[in-house]
Design a protein around this ligand. Structure first.
Ligand code: SF4
Ligand code: SF4
Length: 174
């Protein structure tokens, strides 16, 4: 980086610098107003950016065919989370082939860094990072996502079915 110092008398004059700056701003303003299609900014929220399908946004807890949670409360995601923002309370399931399930599963979205380590750690495709990226809320409690929000929010239209089928999983011994 080079620093150019103005040592002449003009360095004490503020108005020429201010008017030059305003001139540049006005030039860009009128150029953009007359060439709206070429503008590189979007009119959010009317226009939204199309992210790649691989974008890692808000979390989803997947469900089985019967609509119940795929998660077996193994705690691998919570252990692997670098932000320590996943809190799970496990309980024993009535079905002996299921072992455990979460009675409470919470993610503090304000602490999450969307690294995807939870998704990578999960052995049963129970948690995924989906394409949603808008997370509005008026208070801190709006950003604690519970099971209802993670698995059954209206945007998921009844839940996202897991790839892992129970019968196939049991045949494979997991
Ligand atoms: S995306 Fe990363 S920071 Fe967020 S909950 Fe998963 S592991 Fe934790
Ligand atoms: S989401 Fe996956 S890794 Fe996390 S507790 Fe449930 S089964 Fe284990």
């Amino acid at each position: 980086m080079s620093v150019v110092q103005n040592t002449g008398e003009k360095k004490n004059w503020y108005l020429p610098g201010i008017f030059t700056g305003l001139g540049i701003t006005m030039k860009h303003l009128f150029y953009n107003l007359l060439n709206r299609k070429k503008m590189i900014t979007l009119d959010y929220p009317e226009q939204k950016y199309e992210y790649s399908p691989r974008f890692k946004g808000n979390h989803i807890l997947t469900v089985k065919k019967d609509g119940s949670l795929r998660c077996t409360a193994c705690m691998l995601c919570a252990t692997n989370c670098p932000a320590e923002c996943i809190k799970i309370t496990a309980a024993e399931h009535e079905d002996p082939s299921v072992e455990k399930y979460p009675i409470s599963y919470e993610i503090d979205m304000l602490r999450c860094v969307f690294c995807g380590f939870c998704e990578e750690a999960c052995p049963v495709d129970a948690i995924r990072l989906g394409p949603e990226w808008q997370t509005p809320g008026l208070s801190g409690t709006n950003f604690i996502y519970d099971i209802q929000k993670l698995a059954y929010r209206p945007q998921l239209k009844g839940g996202i079915l897991t790839h892992v089928d129970d019968e196939e999983r049991h045949k494979a011994g997991i």
